[in-house]
Every structure is written in C-alpha cells, then in structure tokens.
Design a protein around this ligand. Structure first.
Ligand SMILES: Nc1ncnc2c1ncn2[C@@H]1O[C@H](COP(=O)(O)OP(=O)(O)O)[C@@H](O)[C@H]1O
Ligand SMILES: C[C@H](O)[C@H](O)[C@@H](O)C(=O)COP(=O)(O)O
Ligand SMILES: [Mg+2]
Length: 487
C-alpha cells in the first residue's frame, strides 16, 4: 500500500496530510502537521517567510517518518500568483512579496494604458486583479529582475528547493495572467510588457508530473522518509476543485478558505464579453479543464477580525456568536478593495457602515454576522450571474474548505440562493492534492473515479433552502450594490 503526503499551504495555514486507501477501499486521512502561515513586513514590503515554510514541511515529513512512513509520494500546493526570483547562483534573491502588498495599487490602470484590458482578456481569459503576477512583475524591482535567472511560482520554488528540479505547473502558471489560452504558452507580448524573457520561466508541465526525489542533502539534515515529489495541481484552488465531489454538470464549487472562490469546472474556456464584463477568470485546472471562477474576499475578513482581537475566540466560537445576532442588519460589498488589506478590518467595516448610513456592527457577533451574511449574499448574487454566463442551470453548490464547517453560513447560502448546498470535505484541497498523486501512480483511474472515492469516503452535509425565509433580502441587496460599483 503506497503512502501519499499532501502539503497544502493556504494563505492562513499550512498542513501535511497523510493519505492512503484502506482495506475497504476508502480514502483515509491523517493530519500529521499543521502550522500558521502569514506575511510580515521585510525590506519595505509584505513578504512570506518561505524558508520557514520549507522547514515546516521537513518537520512534517519527520513526523511522518516517526509514524512509520519509510517511503512516500509528496505533492505541494499553495496560494497563487506569488513568485520567487532565483538568481544565477540558484538561490532566491529576496523573500517573496505577498499579493496583498500595496505595490500593485493602480498597476492595472498603468499597464493597460497602452495594452487594452479586452486584448489581455481575449489572450488569457484571466480576471483583472491587482494581485496577479503580471502586475507584480510590472512593479517588480528592476535591479532584482535583471539579476533573475528563474521566476518560480511558490509551490514550484518549494519543489525546486526539495528536488533541485524547476518546472512551472500550468494550474498555478495560469494565475499569472500571462498564459496564452490559444497557444498554451507564456504570452510573448505580455512577457515583453513586464521585461521578462521566456526562458526566465521554467518549462510548463501538467498536473501529475513526476518532479524528482528529495535531495540527499536534506536527508542528512532531517530524518525523513524516502520521498518522490509529484507536481500536483499546485494552485491550491485547483487542488480544491479536484477534491470537490461534484457529479453531473449542474453543480458549482465554492472553495471557502481565506479566499472564497466561486465557479464551475468547464471543458473549454469562457472568455466572452459577458465573462469579461463580470470579471470572471479561466484559471487552468487539472486534466485539461478550466476553473471558471470569481475571487471573493472570503473568510479573510473573519480571520482579520479574529487577529485584531488577539485570537480571543476560536473560529467556531465566533460562528456561534454570529448565529445569535439577527441577520442582515447591514449590506456590505465584501469585494470592495478597502477590505483587501486594511490596517484594521474592524474599523474598515464600521466606517463602511457609517458612510452608507447603516447600523454599525460593534460586538464580535455583530461583526462576524455582517461578514457571513454579506458573503452569503455575494455568493447568491454571483450564482445567478454564473449560471447565465455559462448558460447552464446550477442546482447544487459544493462548499469545501475550512468555511464548509460554518453551518450557519452554509444554510444562509442555500436559503438565499434557493439551491441545495453540499458541504465538505473541509480538507478538499489536500484531498485533491492526494488524488492527483494517486491518479499519476495509477491507484485511481481518473478524475471521475477520484470524486466518487471522495463521496464514498467522507461525510458531506446537505442543506436545503428554508422556504420563504429572508424573502426579498437578496433583491434589496442587489439594488444596494447596484447603487455602489460591485467588483
Ligand atoms: N470549525 C470552524 N468554525 C468556523 N469557521 C471555521 C472552522 N474551521 C475553519 N473555519 C474557517 O475556515 C477558515 C480557514 O479555511 P482554510 O480552508 O483552512 O483556509 P486556508 O487554506 O486559506 O488557510 C478560517 O479562517 C475560518 O474562518
Ligand atoms: C490570489 C489567489 O486567488 C489565491 O491564491 C486563492 O486562489 C487561494 O489561495 C485560495 O486558497 P486559500 O486556501 O488560501 O483560501
Ligand atoms: Mg486553502
């Protein structure tokens, strides 16, 4: 029986999860290590401590060895868009800058002055977010860029440090907004626009490619199993979509973690005028699919509230406090860029409500209820648009990720959107990571069988709309947001 280890590093936390098929042919998980992730100010920018993340991975692998794992396959997935500049000496030039750093403010307007957005969208089908790699490279330190031999996306860089082999895995490479949909390569015009040469990116590979074994020098330093690294769907959201047990074609996914990513898995990209107008993206998925989705601010808002209160409450305690508050006391456009990285999320929410003449949430319960209610409203509003753009009905929303634990939010979403919600698994990203490894090892036949295995192995909770509850609330929200631009 082969052991598989998923390394899933989201924006707020990382985890190593050991997976294997048990005697009953069910997928069995064991969380062997969890650690906090986050960015800090360093050399004038918000940066990720990537060496610490790599150290945490080795600590997790040492724990696997102590559990008796002698040999394993390993897959690494992380958040998107961010990258490491690697110099001629093969070493990183600086710690990678976080996508929430202020440096890309107004970068879209600047870059698209002489490079129309419609043209970029036709080429790439990727949504316009200031955090995209394209705008980060546009604003990158020119001296550092000149010293750069390779530009590696975060999970590719981690795989490179572990094995010595550098690749650009397509699901995460697509989030750069520099992959040409038609050519299947980095777009020459966009590379030139940001002064990057094609050879500065490693070769593109599909999910499921064997990257190599962990270098001997690491086995001298850490007591770890004999590991072979597989390049999985290295964008964590791509792994989350693989790990979503959707069946048939009337389902949508909501990867609910630090970000909420709401979308549908398509077999051909949808980069027409309506998708462009609604700023939907066509991130590449595993096995030739496309993740037609929209980024929504997500539980970052709740994480920020918790952090500002010195983690006084656990997330489940915060959810319980929110449930005691009468819902929908104020409307908030959660995608307003003011919530991307404010000094104080609590003050930003309160100022938003003051400026719009609404009740100001003061207690933790009121603040978290405002976050949940307005996330659910955003989801319901977007589901209507999503179904229209893809010209397919959506009857089921699969909510996966940590947010799938929030029963109150799951039920609100089902009632507002008027559709069935299926919640779980919360570790869908890690599960999707493991399943791509199992498919590449021939232990699971394909994506369809992988999703069947998930449905058979984990408890998925179903929520049905509560008839006539919150009658008219969505319509009132829609007219409120029409009065304010909704990104
Ligand atoms: N038991 C819980 N109750 C309420 N919220 C939860 C619970 N577990 C996780 N969450 C929510 O899920 C979020 C983390 O989701 P996760 O998918 O682990 O994020 P990421 O992968 O971005 O680190 C937390 O910020 C929290 O809001
Ligand atoms: C900027 C990207 O959209 C972002 O990386 C997002 O895809 C992501 O990382 C979601 O994963 P979390 O687990 O961090 O919410
Ligand atoms: Mg995650």
């Amino acid at each position: 029986m082969t052991d598989y280890i998923a390394v899933d590093i989201g924006a707020s936390s990382g985890r190593l999860i050991l997976g294997r098929k048990n005697q009953q042919q069910k997928l069995e998980l064991e969380e062997i290590h969890r650690f906090v992730n986050g960015f800090n100010k360093e050399n004038g920018h918000d940066r990720w401590a990537v060496d610490q993340l790599i150290h945490e991975i080795f600590i997790g692998l040492e724990k696997a060895k102590k559990l008796g794992v002698e040999k394993a396959k390993v897959g690494i997935d992380t958040w998107a868009v961010d990258y490491v500049l690697v110099g001629m000496d093969g070493c990183k030039i600086q710690n990678p800058i976080s996508y929430r750093d202020q440096r890309t403010h107004h970068a879209i307007e600047e870059l698209t002055m002489d490079f129309p957005k419609e043209y970029i969208y036709k080429k790439t089908g990727i949504q316009f977010l200031e955090l995209n790699t394209l705008y980060q490279l546009y604003k990158e330190n020119k001296e550092d860029l000149k010293k750069t031999d390779r530009i590696m996306m975060i999970p590719d860089y981690i795989g490179y440090v572990l094995t010595g082999n550098a690749v650009a895995e397509v699901t995460n490479a697509s989030t750069t907004q520099m992959l040409n949909l038609r050519e299947g390569l980095f777009d020459k015009d966009l590379l030139a626009k940001v002064n990057v040469y094609p050879e500065q990116f490693p070769r593109l590979v599909e999910s499921g490619t064997i990257l190599g074994t962990i270098r001997h020098k690491w086995r001298l330093k850490y007591e770890i199993p004999d590991c072979e690294v597989i390049t999985v769907a290295t964008h964590d959201t791509a792994s989350a979509v693989v790990g979503t047990p959707g069946q048939g074609d009337d389902w949508a996914f909501l990867s609910s973690g630090t970000w909420s990513l709401l979308g549908k898995e398509l077999n051909i990209p949808e980069n027409g005028s309506e998708a462009f107008r609604e700023n939907y993206t066509n991130e590449w998925g595993a096995y030739g699919t496309y993740r037609f989705l929209k980024n929504i601010m997500g539980l970052w808002i709740v994480q920020s509230i918790r952090g500002e209160q010195n983690n006084k409450y656990s997330f489940s305690e915060m959810a319980a406090l929110a449930e005691q508050v009468a819902p929908f006391q104020q409307f908030i456009n959660v995608n307003d860029e003011r919530f991307t990285n404010p000094k104080s999320m609590i003050e930003e929410i309160q100022n938003y409500c003051r400026e719009t003449g609404q009740k100001v949430p003061m207690t933790t319960g009121e603040l978290v209820s405002a976050a949940y209610c307005n996330l659910a409203l955003f989801y319901a509003n977007e589901l209507e648009k999503l179904a229209k753009i893809v010209r397919q009905p959506i009857h089921v929303l699969h909510i996966v990720g940590g947010g799938s634990n929030v029963q109150f939010l799951n039920q609100l979403t089902s009632s507002l959107a008027g559709i069935t919600v299926k919640a779980g698994p919360s570790e869908a990203t890690a599960i999707g990571n493991l399943l791509v490894q199992m498919i590449s090892a021939g232990e699971v036949a394909n994506l369809y069988d992988a999703r069947q295995l998930i449905a058979d192995s984990f408890i998925i909770k179903t929520y049905a709309p509560e008839e006539d509850k919150y009658e008219g609330v969505l319509e009132k929200y829609q007219s409120f947001v029409q009065g304010r631009c909704l990104s």
